[in-house]
Design a protein around this ligand. Sequence first.
Ligand SMILES: NC(=O)c1ccc[n+]([C@@H]2O[C@H](COP(=O)([O-])OP(=O)(O)OC[C@H]3O[C@@H](n4cnc5c(N)ncnc54)[C@H](OP(=O)(O)O)[C@@H]3O)[C@@H](O)[C@H]2O)c1
Length: 328
Amino acid sequence: MTSYKAFRIHRDNAQHSAGIEELELQAPDEGELLIRVKYSSINYKDALAGTGKAQILRHYPLTGGIDACGEVTESNDRRFKPGDSVIVTGYELSATADGGYAEYLRVPADWAIPLPDGLTAAQSMALGTAGFTAALALYRMEINGQKPDMGPILITGATGGVGCFAVNIFDGEGFEVNAVTGKADQHGYLEHLGAQEVLGREKVTTYHHALERGHWGGAVDNVGGEMLSSITRKIRPWGNIAAIGLAGGHELNTTVMPFILRGVSLLGINSAGCPYEIREEIWQRLATDLKPRHLDDIVTQTVTLEQLPEVFDQMLEGQIMGRTVVSL
Ligand SMILES: NC(=O)c1ccc[n+]([C@@H]2O[C@H](COP(=O)([O-])OP(=O)(O)OC[C@H]3O[C@@H](n4cnc5c(N)ncnc54)[C@H](OP(=O)(O)O)[C@@H]3O)[C@@H](O)[C@H]2O)c1
């Protein structure tokens, strides 16, 4: 029996532990694929799961990692054959099913997206859930009528994985981008990625009224809490806010005024549960018209399974810039 390496997460008697283990390879069931994983990535959710700082897993033990790209080695589904390159992001990875921090991954074929022409396996994981989520925000905002002439797009948590891609992708689509960061020394980096103005967090989080002057045409928020509470009050009529993250808090303190007096829309972005057809379309676009021009500059490091715990801690302390790819 072949064995393989995986980064496993345990919870026994409310005690969290995680590390690399050797597991035995199992053949895929009907409708499943066995994938030889080449690359994965590190997202905020992976750091929460891997450190046990939030209960992301709903079964224990499991292999961590919400993203994977690799080659099919066995297929029990007619749509895929050995040798096909596939991407799997979200769904139940590292929630109720084993995730991408392993040399092999067994998943339902329904979760696999063929790697589009125009992206390498490494590039697909440089994007990973972060790039996909930034593109999903753009997709939903455009469907809801967001246009560049409605005003600048505010992007919070801008030096994070989702934030960097959002800055690059919205700029590439012709929007003026205003980026918000807590990293005073990274304004130049964000301007290089496409931000026309870079603001400190405190410039955005202060508010006094249910409705403030409309500063921005729309927003992509990775932070939640007081940041999102403030943004809802400062969006111009008919603008959209894509609510993505909670790096700064999960609460939302606002009123109905922005929604009923300005027609502002709060769009929930849920990448893990995104329907298959929309996933396929977004991955195609990430390989073509939405492919970030600065993809290589957004990948700041490539690490091994052994380095995961160290990077998780740095990420939760807000020290990581851009994207970290995991090479298997
Ligand atoms: N809804 C979805 O489908 C989905 C998908 C992916 C990610 N997410 C969520 O989106 C968020 C960003 O994910 P990510 O992978 O990009 O994480 P990340 O790389 O760690 O980026 C998060 C960024 O948020 C900012 N930040 C961190 N702590 C903060 C605080 N206390 N107050 C204000 N800003 C803070 C930092 O940016 P600056 O230093 O530049 O301010 C940090 O780089 C996370 O909450 C994640 O769970 C949601």
